[in-house]
Design a protein. Structure first.
Length: 475
């Protein structure tokens, strides 16, 4: 494990002020002084609070490293399924879960396990309210449960994505109320989770882990913990800095996706193909990084996290204009997809009302089963509202619930493709056979440029494909 210094660019006076950091305070509780060594040791006890997309892979990795892991969740059904070796997270195969259970991972709903942990890691949800304000009720509930059972000599880490200041302004006061002071009785840190579901190249082990401790000794304990499962730990000066790192990363993606979605609209107006333009711009070996347009933003992070930043800054009388603008552009994309589909139907002298629309893909991105914040669902809701007859195929998502009721996935077949007035590509799953789609569909609206390869083999079929960002047609 490598650990870089957060203080390498400090001025000499800052270096002097921080003299002695990395050392445990002389007044610290003896159990705290022993904590980094225990966390590096062969069999520390770790409690992970929240067994979702973030918490479960972490439990598995920690158990693999030799730690005993209590996985604490408020959902008894989830704990029972995990205990039986059934994983609900795509990146954790059942076999890996079973191995972790054998190695010492124990799912539980019993909050008393918190007292056993050398470290407690909080991975609970941080959604938005309908008003797009943060809903921190899960962090409050988990923080209160942790504080109720915490004891001297423990490390408490928050991993949930949240606004800058949450760890020190919300979590630390709960611990202080129990007489547990960061750096003296307990270690407290924030460390953002950077998992990218479905990414085969980068996982927990080879994605550097950023940690921000309340004191240098808190950071040292957090680095010792994550050094068990991550090749590189990158400390920053404070929990708020670590909280802001995550928000910069996700705001960067949100803004760049907003920019490229705006280019898709620009190209629609200009009659140009935005995909060709992105591909050509990507040949520049420096100063350009490709992002791709689509039906809108999806997933649990990118559409949500920047609003935590915007909310915090509103309280400081500052408007995060890039977040607001990117949100406006990205939020309008589902409607643009419906406009293009309406145009395609109009071209065939048909109305949306009563049209048979077959959607391909409802997950928010390719090759995963996650439909949280999926723009595909918003497109389907808009079409449902206009009276379209909806069917869908998604090998990863067997059922979805729309406002008017549930829809069941169907198997993709030439007959199904041929039966639809429009085949609407919303997610470019690798399991779809795009040659078959282009071959059998009567009309395709493609929001992902998924049909590009098939069209290069069957150029004549381009006449029936309406591409988002492909340039408006005059009919
Ligand atoms: N999913 C991702 O790809 C991803 C990536 C990076 C960061 N994050 C962030 O990590 C955090 C967790 O996200 P997730 O995707 O794992 O959420 P999730 O919804 O998949 O899982 C959260 C789990 O926490 C449990 N829970 C809720 N309240 C609890 C409590 N008081 N005590 C114990 N368990 C409780 C829920 O039952 C659920 O099982 C969020 O802040 C999210 O923004 C997620």
């Amino acid at each position: 494990m490598t650990t870089s210094s957060p203080f390498r660019d400090s001025s000499p006076s800052q270096e002097r002020d921080r003299e002695g950091e990395g050392q445990i305070d002389a007044a610290a509780h003896p159990a705290l002084a022993a904590l980094p060594a225990a966390l590096r040791g062969p069999r520390p006890v770790i409690v992970v609070v929240g067994l979702g997309y973030v918490g479960l892979p972490l439990c598995v990795a920690l158990a693999e490293s030799g730690a005993r892991v209590h996985g604490l969740d408020v959902d008894p059904g989830l704990c029972a399924a995990l205990d039986a070796g059934r994983s609900h997270v795509g990146d954790v195969p059942d076999a890996a879960l079973v191995a972790a259970l054998e190695a010492g991972f124990a799912p539980t709903t019993d909050h008393a396990v918190i007292a056993d942990g050398d470290a407690v890691i909080i991975c609970v949800p941080t959604p938005l309210r309908k008003t797009k304000d943060p809903d921190i009720s899960y962090i409050v509930a988990a923080g209160q449960a942790v504080a109720a059972h915490a004891r001297p000599g423990q490390l408490v880490v928050l991993e949930s994505t949240t606004y800058p200041g949450t760890t020190e302004d919300l979590l630390v006061p709960m611990l202080l109320a129990k007489g547990l002071r960061p750096g003296l009785e307990v270690a407290v840190a924030f460390s953002p989770e950077r998992v990218d579901p479905g990414n085969a190249l980068f996982g927990l082990r080879n994605t550097p882990k950023v940690v921000g401790g309340c004191t240098p000794s808190c950071a040292e304990s957090a680095a010792a913990l994550y050094g068990r499962v991550c090749e590189t730990v990158h400390p920053v000066r404070s929990p708020a800095a670590a909280e802001t790192v995550k928000l910069l990363e996700n705001t960067f993606r949100m803004v760049n996706i907003g920019l490229v979605n705006e280019f898709a609209l620009v190209c629609h107006k200009l009659g140009l193909n935005v995909w060709e333009i992105i591909e050509a711009a990507s040949t520049k070996p420096f100063g350009f990084m490709p992002f791709r347009p689509g039906p809108g933003l999806g997933g649990h992070c990118i559409p949500v996290d920047p609003h935590y930043l915007a909310w915090k800054l509103r309280s400081l009388n500052f408007t995060t204009r890039f977040v607001e603008l990117a949100d406006a552009v990205n939020s309008a994309m589902p409607l643009h997809v419906v406009d293009v589909l309406t145009e395609a139907l109009n071209h065939a002298k048909k109305a949306v009302n009563g049209a048979e629309v077959l959607a391909l893909g409802v997950a928010y991105k390719a090759n995963i089963s996650d439909v949280r914040e999926s723009p595909a669902l918003e497109v389907l809701e808009l079409l449902d509202h206009k009276g379209a007859q909806l069917r869908y195929c998604d090998p990863h998502v067997p059922t979805v619930r729309l406002a008017t009721g549930p829809l069941q996935a169907e198997a993709l077949s030439p007959a199904l493709l041929a039966s639809a007035d429009v085949v609407l590509v919303l997610t470019d799953h690798a399991a779809f056979d795009w040659d078959e789609v282009v071959d059998h569909a009567r009309c395709v609206v493609d929001a992902r440029n998924a049909t590009a390869g098939a069209l290069s083999r069957q150029p004549a079929a381009a006449a029936k494909v309406w591409l988002i960002g492909g340039g408006a047609r005059l009919g």
